[in-house]
Design a protein around this ligand. Structure first.
Ligand code: DAH
Length: 350
């Protein structure tokens, strides 16, 4: 072949290479192309094998042209490889990726929402867990012993009257009932766990009340219990006030008023700043500026004895209040019956 023919051949190879390397879509195809152009048996090798038939002058001209074309083809190939490797990596990552995002369900999708009482219970638990309490659970069907006897509630106490309690037909007469308060869970915790105890015990309770704006026959309470060495009334007052500010807000406060409960001595009712009028006085708080939330006191020695604890060694305080009442106060709900009505217009607000 003549020098001109060889140069024309090189020119043709370069043009075809430019098109081929620009079109290639897979790394494996790219390898084939490289072999075809710059491999041992490739197009350029063919030209190269012609060199030895040329005289030195012509060999130099064609040789230089050959080197130039080779370096350009190598350039095309490297450029294509860069693009293809990046593309294939991107595709592989996309195919291996897992969608770990959560679905956010809008209330309007008809999925429903957590009942206000459940939300309130969770918020109250959070406040007490933040103060170092653990959350304990007890059954709604309780023994007469846990619900009354062990809590130092005497036989003649009005709370025991059948018009107040739902007794169940189970075991001997009047021995099992739907718990009338969460206090029996105190007995369960003290009987099964050695002190120190710092626990709250939320749950549903039942009383034979006729439903009105402030009462429903099934409602919810949260009980608190602390048993340790050297616990006194100041610890109780401090705990109640810390809770009040954490749950109702820093501008609310609490006060304790003497009261009577069989299972605590001394006992108190605790009241918080009225959330409706902020303490000024309104209809809800009967113009006192205070709303009663629950009861509390120092655990009665008889209660400690009933669970086998020595009142000389251990002391503690307890409190109990209504979860429904907390929600009513926080959200200015005037009638407690809405909790049980299943009215979607009320429920979907929370
Ligand atoms: N169990 C009482 C009730 O339902 C509330 C209560 C009062 C609980 C004083 C306590 C307490 O733990 O110390 O009315």
């Amino acid at each position: 072949m003549t020098v001109d023919e060889l140069l024309a051949q090189l020119d043709g190879i370069l043009k075809r290479a430019e098109g081929h390397f620009a079109e290639v879509t897979k790394v494996t195809d790219l390898r084939e192309l490289e072999l075809g152009y710059i491999g041992k048996k490739g197009f350029l090798a063919e030209v190269s094998s012609e060199l030895r038939n040329l005289d030195p002058e012509a060999r130099k001209v064609v040789g230089e042209a050959l080197n130039l074309v080779r370096s350009k083809v190598v350039g095309y190939s490297e450029g294509a490889r860069g693009v293809l490797v990046a593309k294939e990596t991107e595709e592989r990552i996309a195919s291996e990726a897992q969608d770990l995002s959560e679905f956010l369900v809008r209330k309007t999708d008809g999925i429903g929402s957590i009942h206000l009482i459940s939300q309130t219970r969770a918020e109250l638990e959070d406040v007490f867990v933040g103060m170092g309490f653990v959350v304990e659970d007890g059954p709604e069907a309780e023994s007469e012993w846990n619900n009354f006897e062990a809590l130092n509630i005497p036989q003649h106490h009005p709370a025991r009257a059948s018009q107040d309690s739902f007794f169940l037909e189970f075991g001997s007469a009047n021995s099992v009932l739907l718990r009338t308060h969460t206090s029996p869970t105190q007995i369960r915790v003290m009987s099964t766990q050695p002190p120190p105890i710092y626990a709250v015990m939320p749950g549903r309770v039942y009383r034979r009340d006729t439903a009105d704006a402030r009462h429903t026959p099934a409602f919810h309470q949260i009980e608190g219990l602390v048993i340790d060495k050297g616990i006194n009334f100041a610890h109780l007052a401090g705990t109640i006030d810390t809770f009040t500010k954490a749950y109702f807000g820093p501008n609310k406060t609490s006060r304790l008023r003497p009261a009577y409960f069989p299972f605590t001595e001394p006992s108190a009712e605790f009241e918080i700043t009225c959330t409706i009028c902020n303490g000024i006085g309104c209809r809800t708080c009967s113009n006192t500026g205070w709303i009663e939330l629950g009861g509390c006191g120092m655990v009665h020695p008889n209660v400690l004895v009933s669970v086998g604890l020595d009142p000389e060694e251990w002391s503690g305080f307890a409190f109990g209040f209504g979860i429904d009442r907390c929600a009513q106060m926080k959200h200015a709900i005037s009638d407690a019956r809405v909790y049980l009505d299943n009215d979607i217009r009320f429920l979907s607000q929370f």
